[in-house]
Design a protein around this ligand. Structure first.
Ligand SMILES: Nc1ncnc2c1ncn2[C@@H]1O[C@H](COP(=O)(O)OP(=O)(O)OP(=O)(O)O)[C@@H](O)[C@H]1O
Ligand SMILES: [Mg+2]
Length: 232
């Protein structure tokens, strides 16, 4: 396995804000994300964190720059290849869980496993293992509405792990939770890293998340500025 799971070079991205005006949000960002660590990127609202995450995961395209994930240049992939690659290699956790309301917790986690080609039975087996890891073995048959906010987000974490991804991207993963439930999710990330070998890239406007990171960066004025933010 590649020690640098993501290598990004010279990422630029502008958005048109009016007919004849555009704003450069990412001004040539270069970044390396290490395997088996939790990397946290903090920055003010509007700094470009979600934009950067979308670009690093191939959900959006940069105007300039190059991104290697596991040594593979994602700009060279077709949309179909990229979406297959994403389903297999990248897990996503967002502020809102986006679980499918009509399916149970175990079905929500099983769906991406089936999309990757597994049978329903195999997918459910793996789904139940994952729900056990996130501490929800006894809630697997609940639908999202029958779970607390913190539990819903733990199902979303299990779903992100579904296909054993090389990296998990989390965008404000605890932004919708109270501090106690937020802490549970943070401890879960640390446990998943330490005991299960997962790699995380977490972005947040909340400086509280600095303590979660093995590596911490700040994004400001379209660039990464590295002060002494790291807590370890
Ligand atoms: N599709 C788009 N079209 C135009 N402008 C956009 C688009 N997406 C993002 N922007 C602008 O780019 C800037 C960065 O947005 P982004 O969502 O990346 O910020 P963020 O750091 O994630 O903020 P937050 O902490 O509020 O989530 C914002 O000013 C936003 O309005
Ligand atoms: Mg954002």
């Amino acid at each position: 396995m590649n020690e640098k799971i993501i290598v990004a070079e010279g990422i630029r991205k502008s958005f048109r804000i009016s007919k004849d005006k555009s704003l450069e949000i990412l001004k040539g960002i270069s970044l390396e994300i290490e395997s088996l660590k939790i990397t946290v990127i903090v920055g003010a609202s509007g700094a470009g964190k979600s934009t950067l995450l979308h670009i690093l995961s191939g959900l959006d395209k940069p105007d300039n720059g190059k991104i290697l994930i596991d040594g593979k240049d994602i700009s060279k992939m077709s949309d179909a290849q990229l979406s297959k690659f994403r389903n297999k290699r990248i897990g996503f956790i967002f502020q809102f869980h986006h679980l499918l309301p009509e399916f149970t917790a175990e079905e929500n986690v099983a769906i991406p496993i089936m999309l990757d080609g597994a049978s329903y039975g195999k997918a459910l087996e793996r789904s139940r293992e994952l729900l056990k890891i996130v501490g929800l073995a006894d809630r697997s048959a609940h639908k999202p509405a029958e779970l607390s906010g913190g539990e819903q987000q733990r199902v979303a974490v299990a779903r992100a792990l579904a296909n054993n991804p090389s990296i998990i991207f989390a965008d404000e993963p605890t932004g919708n939770l109270d501090s106690a439930n937020g802490e549970i999710i943070h401890s879960l990330f640390t446990e998943l890293k330490n005991n299960h070998g997962y790699t995380f890239l977490v972005v947040s406007h909340n400086p509280e998340l600095i303590k979660l990171g093995d590596v911490v960066h700040e994004i400001k004025d379209g660039t990464i500025i590295d002060g002494n933010l790291s807590s370890r």
